[in-house]
Each structure stands twice: as structure tokens, then as C-alpha cells.
Design a protein around this ligand. Structure first.
Ligand SMILES: N[C@@H](CCC(=O)N[C@@H](CS)C(=O)NCC(=O)O)C(=O)O
Length: 204
């Protein structure tokens, strides 16, 4: 089993952290999507990371399928609850955190265009999704220590990966401690976990 990832992908980081939390010794290969020899398309027709290559040569994508698979692999340290309603709650937090990442990525892609080709309306629309998503997650967390049912779960991992990505992309615009204090408090707990150390995204 081997995970293909890019160093800055928040979706791949979610998988990498979940694997660490569960103590899985999954092989990992960092790839560069623009590299002509990049193996990703061979395993995911969408050409996106993360991809998990299984021992029989088949593959799993996207990140939400991979985390479910890895969580089921070993019963210890379950990070997706078994109880249906709790599980749906965790996956809803994950969906919103991933959705904020989708919007942040869309803004980055727009910003990479030549200035004359950039569409301000597109960027504003996506930034609105980022702001509304962060506000909703901040309100839902409130004073709770963790996102769902008082327990650390995939929801916290997904939110932590999104917060690090957004903080990296919009360092000038968003100040977590000031704008989203509940999420900032969660982020402080998360960055202290060994599983989060060493995979932080960096601007490039
Ligand atoms: N919903 C997917 C999103 C994956 C995704 O968009 N990955 C980005 C990297 S952050 C990618 O591979 N982009 C390349 C492309 O879109 O061609 C998941 O959760 O795995």
C-alpha cells in the first residue's frame, strides 16, 4: 500500500495525519503533479492527489474514501465514529472543511493567471465561501474542545488541515486569533499533536 501526495495538499495532509494517528506504517511518495513522469494519472483518472495504491495494484481516491478505508483497516484509534448520526456529523464537518479548501485552491489558481486574465468576481465569490465556511465552523465549535461529541476525530483533522492551508494562503487577510477565536483555540491544540508536526504547508 502506498500513498501518493503533494506536500501542500490539505486533502493529502488529512490522510497523512489520520494514518499517523492510527499508527499505520503506510508507505508515502511525494509527487509533483506537473512532472511528466508523475504516476498520479495512472492511478486516478482525475489526476488528483491523494491516491492510495493498494497491494493488488488497484487504487483508492479521493481523500474521503481513503480516510474511510484506512480507518476501517485497524479498529484501534477509530477516527470515524461507528454510530450513524455521529459518523454523519463528522463527515459533515469534513465536507465543510474540504469545501473551504476547494474555494481557497480556486482562488490560488485564479491568482496564478496573468493579472489581465484574473477574474475579480470569481475570486470574490470563492473568498465569500472561505469566510462563510470559517464563520460556520467557528460558531459550531463554540467553546467545545473538539468538533464532534467531545472526542478527537477525523472532523478535527480535516478542520486543522484546512486552517493551516487557509492561514498559509491568506496570511495577509485572515488572522485566526482575531477573526475566528474558537477555531484558533482548536488549532493550538491540534498543532501540539505529534501527528500534525512536519507536514505543515508552505507557500511556493
Ligand atoms: N476532493 C478531492 C480533492 C483533491 C484535489 O483537488 N487535489 C489537488 C491538490 S490540493 C490536485 O490534485 N489538483 C490537481 C488537479 O486538479 O489537476 C480530495 O478530497 O481528494
Amino acid at each position: 500500500m502506498k500513498l501518493l501526495y503533494t506536500t501542500n495538499s490539505p486533502y493529502a495532509r488529512k490522510v497523512r495525519i489520520l494514518a499517523k494517528e492510527k499508527g499505520l506504517t503506510t508507505a508515502m511518495q511525494s509527487v509533483v503533479l506537473l512532472d511528466p513522469d508523475c504516476p498520479v494519472k495512472q492511478y486516478n483518472p482525475l489526476g488528483k492527489v491523494p491516491v492510495l495504491i493498494l497491494d493488488d495494484g488497484s487504487s483508492l481516491y479521493d481523500s474521503r474514501v481513503i480516510v474511510e478505508y484506512l480507518d476501517q483497516l485497524s479498529p484501534s484509534h477509530g477516527l470515524i465514529p461507528q454510530a450513524p448520526l455521529e459518523k454523519i456529523a463528522v463527515r459533515r464537518w469534513e465536507a465543510l472543511a474540504d469545501g473551504v479548501c476547494d474555494a481557497a485552491v480556486a482562488i490560488m489558481l485564479e491568482q496564478r493567471k496573468l493579472a489581465a486574465a484574473q477574474d475579480a468576481a470569481t475570486m470574490a465569490k470563492q473568498m465569500d465561501k472561505v469566510s462563510r465556511g470559517l464563520a460556520a465552523l467557528n460558531d459550531a465549535l463554540g467553546k467545545n474542545a473538539w468538533c464532534v461529541a467531545g472526542k478527537f476525530s477525523l472532523a478535527d483533522i480535516a478542520v486543522g488541515c484546512m486552517l493551516a492551508y487557509v492561514a498559509m494562503r491568506f496570511a495577509q487577510l485572515i488572522e485566526l486569533a482575531r477573526d475566528y477565536p474558537n477555531l484558533h483555540r482548536l488549532q493550538l491544540s491540534l498543532v501540539a499533536r505529534p501527528s500534525f508536526v512536519g507536514s505543515e504547508p508552505s507557500p511556493y
